[in-house]
Design a protein around this ligand. Structure first.
Ligand code: FES
Ligand code: FE2
Length: 457
């Protein structure tokens, strides 16, 4: 089921047919953990979760539990959260502040502080060290395995276990232009965001790719959200979120697997930033957001994205309001979703309150729009596990043949309003990983990027 031939048969984007086995098969899932999640760059957190030295946040990379932490020297690091002695979780909390991680099983302890250890993560405490090990135990070798690649990209923290992984910005390619709209401060300065509330976590009975594919660019499922839209749950007064939007385009990045719904640089209509909230302070804030954006981007101000996915399992809502989502694989038919919400740290309290309410009614486990999606995804999964259902591949033919290159963006393809072009790009990338291609062999086309987004004034 997971050899090269089978993968090409299961992902047939020339015909626009993808096997259901991708979403229900245990062998496929196990191979993904090894071939996708040990190599790709994965979102593991945000600096707002670990603002101070010794702060930690327990995250996940595939099915591996990892500790994201900031040491006393302010270096951000990621360690495997599994004791080298017998595998116990050395950190059993979700988040906190700890100078030393002590395993609760037999008591080995580990430090990241360079004043105490040569190699961060190394063993500093071993009960009965003399009596049990005669003082002979390699404290570095038996330290916590450390992830070799970790980057703080505008406050978002990403990691890859593969020492040969390309630089994060190469992995991102020109999708960076769109991810930046989720991460940058309203004046264009990198970062400058804080988290609104904590991390929402919940599980859904569906495959992780079902979620990531949807956020990569499914504009076709408007019917699912009609009741939520009728309830006018949007940010601005008298409008649902979707009413305020001009029709978006599916923009995908061939060879990288990323994609989203938004506007190519040449787009003519005005971008989405509503500015009537029925509250003068909030109206003034969003007027400022719009003005800052126009000043920053000039005639490129139309560039924007509403929702997108960075391959394999990170999705985001961009451009005020902003949120980052993780789709952690649990099993072939279960995903653990995490969602964090961003706001400019210096936004007025009225804006933060408005956004907090909006996020709760729109997104997350209780959000009206996300609930619609979850209902679909769990039902898709339950109805695809049967022996007969598995024989019938899914149809991914929407918008086939309409793909056009996007001028100025490397490898970018605009496949129009109603298209599964981004999903086809996503699964072609998935197939590359599953066939264990080298990074060189799966490098994206390298035409020169001409669109740059300037930051700050
Ligand atoms: S499992 Fe951690 S000290 Fe034994
Ligand atoms: Fe949706």
């Amino acid at each position: 089921m997971t050899d090269r031939f089978e993968i090409d048969r299961m992902v047939d984007t020339d015909r626009g047919v993808i096997s259901r086995e991708l979403f229900v098969n245990r062998d496929v899932f196990d191979a993904e953990l090894e071939r996708v999640f040990t190599r790709a760059w994965l979102l593991v957190g945000h600096e707002g979760l670990i603002p101070d030295p010794d702060d930690y946040f327990v995250s996940r990379m595939g099915k591996d539990s990892v500790i994201l932490t900031r040491n006393q020297q302010n270096e951000i690091m990621v360690f495997l959260n599994s004791c080298p002695h017998r595998g116990m979780k050395v950190c059993r909390y979700d988040q906190g502040n700890e100078a030393v991680f002590t395993c609760p099983y037999h008591g080995w302890s580990f430090s990241t502080n360079r004043d105490r250890v040569e190699v961060p993560g190394q063993l500093v405490g071993v009960p009965h060290f003399e009596a049990g090990y005669s003082g002979n135990l390699d404290r570095v070798k038996w330290g916590l395995p450390r992830c070799p690649n970790v980057i703080n990209y505008k406050g978002s923290i990403w990691a890859s276990w593969d020492p040969d992984a390309p630089a994060f910005e190469d992995y991102l390619g020109d999708m960076k232009l769109y991810l930046d709209t989720a991460l940058d401060h309203r004046d264009g300065a990198p970062g400058g965001s804080e988290l609104l509330g904590g991390v929402q976590k919940w599980r859904i009975r569906c495959n992780w790719k079902t979620v990531s594919e949807n956020f990569a660019g499914d504009l076709y499922h408007g019917i699912s959200h009609q009741s939520a839209n009728l309830a006018e749950i949007g940010m601005a007064t008298g409008k649902s979120r979707r009413d305020a939007l001009p029709l978006r385009h599916a923009i995908g990045f061939e060879g990288l697997g990323h994609g989203g719904l938004g506007f190519p640089p040449s787009y003519e209509e005005r971008p989405f930033i509503p500015d009537q909230y029925g509250d003068p302070e909030i109206d003034a804030y969003y007027k400022q957001v719009r003005t800052a954006r126009e000043r920053r981007l000039g005639d490129r101000m139309r560039v924007g994205l509403v929702v997108g996915t960075i391959f394999p399992n990170m999705s985001f809502h961009a451009d005020q309001p902003r949120s980052l989502a993780f789709a952690h694989p649990i099993s072939e038919t279960e995903v653990e979703m995490w969602r964090i919400y961003l706001v400019d740290a210096d936004a007025p309290k009225a804006v933060k309150d408005m956004l907090r309410h909006y996020y709760m009614r729109y997104s997350g486990p209780g959000g009206m729009t996300e609930s619609d999606d979850m209902e679909n995804w769990t039902s898709v999964t339950a109805a695809s596990e049967g022996a007969i259902a598995r024989r019938h591949g899914f149809n991914y033919q929407l918008g086939m043949g309409k793909e056009q290159p996007v001028e100025g963006l490397r490898g970018a393809v605009d496949s129009g309003n109603y298209s599964e072009g981004n999903a086809r790009i996503y699964y072609r990338r998935w197939a590359q990983f599953m066939k264990e291609m080298s990074w060189d062999d799966m490098a994206p086309p390298q035409t020169k990027s001409t669109v740059e987004v300037a930051h700050g004034d």
